[in-house]
Ligand binder design. Structure first.
Ligand code: GTP
Ligand code: MG
Length: 198
């Protein structure tokens, strides 16, 4: 399970701007600042493939990265960032929605939640939506280096309960700083791809 190649292909807002081939796509969704871009850098062993910023709300476009020349990672704009105008919020959610609703290539959705926070209403809506449409999904709890062992146990319980996760539904604890969760998530991703014959 290895990512040997990762290349930024393009940014998009509307469906006409998405890549035109029909390679499988794996999308990363979650609140602004939860760590989506950092996670993609970490998975691909690249420090600067995706821009990471201490200013939340950095990613406003959909970014497509070609992985191993065979499938895409898709970095979606983060939702739920309080300090943007209503107008901007609605344009972001339109960008996210039109991708999620109009993309037959989309195979798997990875939902990121911050291990230090209870998943929000937006996270719950997103997770229910993913399940409703029958996508492969995995929940990743990010920034686990910030909690100790017993806090992590509590966090796991809160995330599972709040998102009403069932037994078989995957929750992976991840830290880009401590390199935790990487092998597990890569294996999970390649398993999903395996089902489609890549
Ligand atoms: P938007 O693009 O605004 O939606 O944010 P994002 O979800 O892409 O988050 P990003 O990757 O930009 O990370 C936000 C902040 O969290 C940055 O300051 C990162 O350095 C930090 N961060 C990300 N992952 C980790 C982690 O595993 N541990 C710690 N301690 N910090 C992290
Ligand atoms: Mg980002």
């Amino acid at each position: 399970m290895e990512i040997k190649q990762a290349e930024f292909i393009k940014s998009a807002v509307t469906p006409t701007q998405y890549p035109e081939d029909d390679k499988i796509e794996i999308a990363f969704v979650g609140r602004s600042n939860v760590g989506k871009s950092s996670l993609i850098n970490n998975l691909t062993n690249r420090k600067k493939l995706v821009k990471v910023s201490s200013t939340p709300g950095k990613t406003r476009l959909i970014n497509f990265f070609l992985i191993n020349n065979s499938f895409y990672f898709v970095d979606l704009p983060g939702y739920g960032y309080a300090k943007v105008s209503k107008q901007e919020k609605s344009s972001w959610s339109k960008t996210i929605e039109s991708y999620l609703l109009n993309r037959p290539q989309l195979k798997k959705i990875i939902l990121l939640v911050d291990c230090r926070r209870k998943p929000t209403e937006d996270d719950i809506v997103m997770y229910n939506w993913i399940r409703h449409y029958g996508y492969d999904s995995t929940v990743v709890a990010t920034k686990v280096d910030k909690l100790n062992r017993s806090e992590l146990m509590m966090s796991k319980k809160i995330i599972k309960e709040t998102l009403s996760m069932n037994e078989g539904e995957e929750l992976i604890f991840y830290s880009t700083l401590k390199k935790r969760g990487k092998e597990e998530l890569l294996e999970d991703i390649f398993n999903s791809l395996g089902k489609t014959g890549i």
